[in-house]
Ligand binder design. Structure first.
Ligand SMILES: NC(=O)c1c(N)nc(OC2CCCC2)nc1O[C@@H]1CCC[C@@H]1O
Length: 327
């Protein structure tokens, strides 16, 4: 086959495969069988192997994972990935609110409240809109390069809607249904079970063989900007809207509050509704919305003074001894 024909065939295959991906992953209504889909992917892979210069970095074949790595390279984050101070109850939230208002004086304060996703923190680096590198949080300054594994997560865009250079942070997680399915399969194979979705997401992403991550139905929620070139945003909520418009998956349950009473009611509401979510959360993250106020507030040694993690009370630990429930 000549190059020109191959180029046309590759473009046509990519369009067909991306359409079937949307039908399968976003609308849950596939039109072709897995075998037919695999055949399309085999054809595209063969053409890309024959004409490597025609294989684009955001090709659907990037999602299946290549050869296992001997080890993970280290990555120094452009800006440190911070941890969060904790709040364990209403009084702690009111203290946080008081400290913020003291620091910013008479200015109005807006908070963004987000679900605190219980997964593995990751940093994603894009150059001119293309996904080039992804890493674990590590110690906050240096993480491990797990780009090959992150490319297999379909909610991570390989190409943004705009050719921006930026670094974003988010949580990679395993949905509860995927976790239950994985443990059922491991039990049938007599393998050790994962303790919780967080451990299974972390375990999956720290495999040297990307085909393992590709098989684990991982997902992401992006929650912050580490570095942004070529665009300016004035607040965290505006930043999240920009991230969503660029193609990232941003959690929809975020809300902006000006009144701490309404914020507390929102936290109370999610404390109760938590079991209804299809993914695990271990609390809420409350952030001052205005970037200029974040700057005024600054950081302690390891976490921002403009954000706090509200931790849900530990769920009732119930042990069942021979069928008698004791808690
Ligand atoms: N797990 C989360 O859902 C989450 C979130 N929604 N938002 C942030 O904001 C960062 C940026 C400012 C300091 C922490 N961090 C989150 O998780 C982090 C990862 C590492 C420590 C926290 O758990």
């Amino acid at each position: 086959m000549d190059r020109l024909t191959a180029e046309t065939k590759i473009k046509e295959l990519v369009k067909r495969i991306e359409r079937h991906n949307r039908l399968y992953y976003e609308q849950d209504r596939p039109e072709i069988s897995d075998q037919e889909y695999d055949q399309l992917m085999r054809e595209l892979t063969e053409l890309e192997n024959q004409f490597p210069e025609l294989a684009s970095p955001d090709s659907p074949t990037q999602r299946v994972g290549g050869e296992p790595l001997p080890f993970f390279e280290k990555v120094v984050h452009k800006t440190p990935m911070l941890s969060l101070g904790n709040a364990f109850g209403e009084a702690d939230i009111r203290d946080f609110d008081r400290r913020v208002r003291q620091a910013v004086g008479s200015q109005a304060v807006r908070y963004v409240a987000e679900l605190k996703i219980d997964g593995l923190a990751v940093s994603l680096h894009y150059e001119n809109g293309m996904f080039v590198r992804g890493a674990t949080r590590g110690d906050g300054s240096t993480g491990e390069d797990i780009t090959q594994n992150l490319k297999t997560i379909r909610s991570i865009p390989l190409k943004l809607t705009k050719p921006l250079t930026l670094e974003v942070r988010g949580e990679a997680y395993m949905p509860k249904a995927a976790f239950d399915k994985l443990n059922r399969e491991r039990e049938e194979r007599g393998e050790a079970l994962f303790a919780n979705p967080r451990n299974s997401a972390a375990g999956s992403l720290r495999q040297l063989d990307p085909k393992i991550a590709a098989s684990r139905q991982l997902d992401t929620f992006i929650y912050g900007i580490g570095d942004l070139q070529g665009e300016t945003v004035e607040s965290h909520s505006e930043g999240l809207d920009l991230l969503e418009s660029l193609g990232f998956k941003v959690n929809k349950e975020r809300r902006v509050f000006e009144d701490v009473e309404e914020l507390l009611a929102f936290i109370e509401n999610w404390t109760e509704k938590r079991p209804t979510l299809p993914y695990e959360i271990d609390g809420m993250v409350i952030k001052v919305d205005s970037y200029s106020q974040q700057e005024e507030l600054g950081f302690t040694a390891k976490s921002p003074r403009w954000a706090v993690a509200y931790k849900f009370p530990a769920e009732e630990a119930v042990t069942v001894l021979e069928g008698i429930e004791v808690s």
